[in-house]
Design a protein around this ligand. Structure first.
Ligand SMILES: Cc1ncc(COP(=O)(O)O)c(C=O)c1O
Length: 442
């Protein structure tokens, strides 16, 4: 199949691809067949730089032997173990290792298999927690416009990307949204966190006034929004959200599916921004993208509230057949070893200045209306073509792929989030390819 797929359209037909223009893709497929370090290899044998860590997940780079061998060993030793009323040592080890690096008293971890599942788990925990404390009226969930929290019904309900929501019916009831923080007028071409926009957190007070705090369970935000096109939080914004949640007894959930595991420097965005939420959702970099896994970390007070009934009672009626899957745990433990031994959580900070200079050097190229960056992330926003939103950025994406660089586009934003092992030479090469693509697409 792999040899023929690139040339034989019939070989592509049976697969319904996710978040993809299937017919457009199949008329000109882009197939990846191998990966190592900072590079993918395409079906036609070209090496291209991975400018996106796969899909924001391969933080330690591709083909890491230690992770590969850990998964190989584990699948040979024990392929699967049931997670309900049974356990296996690796899942306990992994939870302990995670709580050692998580901020504050986020010291209990629940496993899922994806970011979407982690988000829905966190939302359910928030509702159940309030109910256990006798505040069962707190059922409202507050998300944010342009937020991305995966594709479960919970995630798209609190999410704020119109196209991900509008064809799927009424979604969860009792959800409201804060405004997003993106403003080209005030913040275009900011390096790092923008000065303008902290006041947008005060919109939570408006939502509280409208619905009453006694009806609100939780606020969920991405500390830095990735999938919607890289929105960096304004200085002071997350601090204000935290303070307003505290004032009204509302839980604050950080969706760190993208920002976790070193993407912004430090283990988690919570650390980088100095704001500790009540729950953190994780996935992606948790296993370096090798085996699907998601997780929810919760503060002690949340966990302990659940542990108060009879000891024989199941405390939370929730879980997945593959929660704490042995292969995912083996992959995650080896991944954490790699992050630790190579100091990869610090690397986004050590590379940040160089990265920032390189991406801001794209300023002035055709149609570039904003460049924004933090840690090892950048968003390059392009002016949309009249009547064809997203078309220009898509062409840039195709051109980059053809000339040696994988980027991600969302709307008219080109998003970059390379593996944290990136070196200056890769940055220079990547920016050359992207600059050429921007010039040639026009
Ligand atoms: C912030 C955030 N939450 C949740 C998800 C969903 O994760 P998954 O695709 O693993 O379900 C993503 C995926 O990009 C994400 O960026």
């Amino acid at each position: 199949m792999s040899e023929t797929a690139a040339t034989n359209r019939d070989a592509l037909e049976a697969l319904w691809m996710p978040f993809t223009a299937n017919r457009q893709f199949k008329s000109n497929p882009r197939l990846l067949v191998a990966a190592e370090g900072m590079h993918y290899v395409t079906a036609d044998g070209r090496r291209i730089i991975d400018g996106t860590a796969g899909l924001w997940c391969v933080n330690a780079g591709h083909g890491r032997r230690r992770i590969v061998e850990a998964v190989q060993d584990q699948v040979a030793r024990m392929d699967y173990a049931p997670p309900f009323q049974m356990g296996h040592p690796l899942e306990f080890d992994l939870a302990t290792r995670l709580t050692a690096i998580l901020p504050g008293d986020l010291d209990h971890v629940f496993f899922a298999n994806s970011g979407s599942e982690a988000v829905d788990t966190a939302l359910k925990m928030a509702l159940a927690w309030h109910r256990l404390r006798g505040e069962g009226g707190r059922t409202r969930l507050i998300g944010r416009e342009r937020g991305y929290h995966g594709v479960g019904f919970g995630g798209i309900s609190v999410g704020g990307i119109g196209s991900n929501r509008r064809t799927f019916g009424p979604l969860l009831p009792g959800v409201d949204h804060l405004p997003h923080t993106h403003s080209l007028e005030h913040n275009a071409f900011t390096r790092g966190q923008p000065e303008w926009g902290a006041h947008l957190a005060d919109e939570l007070e408006r939502v509280v006034a409208l619905h009453d705090a006694s009806t609100i369970a939780a606020v969920i935000v991405e500390p830095m929004a990735g999938s919607t096109g890289v929105l960096i939080p304004p200085k002071g914004y997350l601090e204000r959200l935290r303070a307003i949640c505290d004032k009204h007894g509302i839980l604050l959930i950080f969706d760190e599916v993208i920002t976790g595991f070193g993407r912004l420097g430090g283990g988690f965005a919570a650390e980088r921004f100095g704001v500790v939420p009540d729950m953190i959702t994780l996935a992606k970099g948790l296993t370096n993208g090798t085996v699907p896994m998601g997780a929810v970390a919760v503060r002690r007070k949340i966990h302990d509230t659940f542990m108060q009934g009879p000891e024989s009672a199941v405390e939370l009626f929730h879980g997945y057949t593959y929660s704490g899957h042995p292969l995912a745990c083996a992959a995650a433990l080896a991944t954490l070893d790699v992050y630790r031994d190579e100091s990869l959580f610090e690397r986004a900070l050590t590379m940040e200045a160089e990265w920032q200079e390189a991406v801001h050097a794209l300023t002035g190229l055709p149609n570039v209306i904003d460049v924004r960056n933090l840690g090892l992330v950048a968003g390059i926003e392009l002016a949309p073509r009249p009547g064809a939103p997203g078309a220009r950025a898509y062409e840039v994406f195709v051109r980059c792929f053809e000339t040696g660089l994988l980027v991600r586009v969302t709307g008219d934003v080109v998003a970059l989030s390379p593996p944290l092992i990136i070196e200056k030479g890769h940055i220079d090469q990547a920016m050359d390819v992207l600059a050429q693509a921007l010039r040639s697409v026009g």
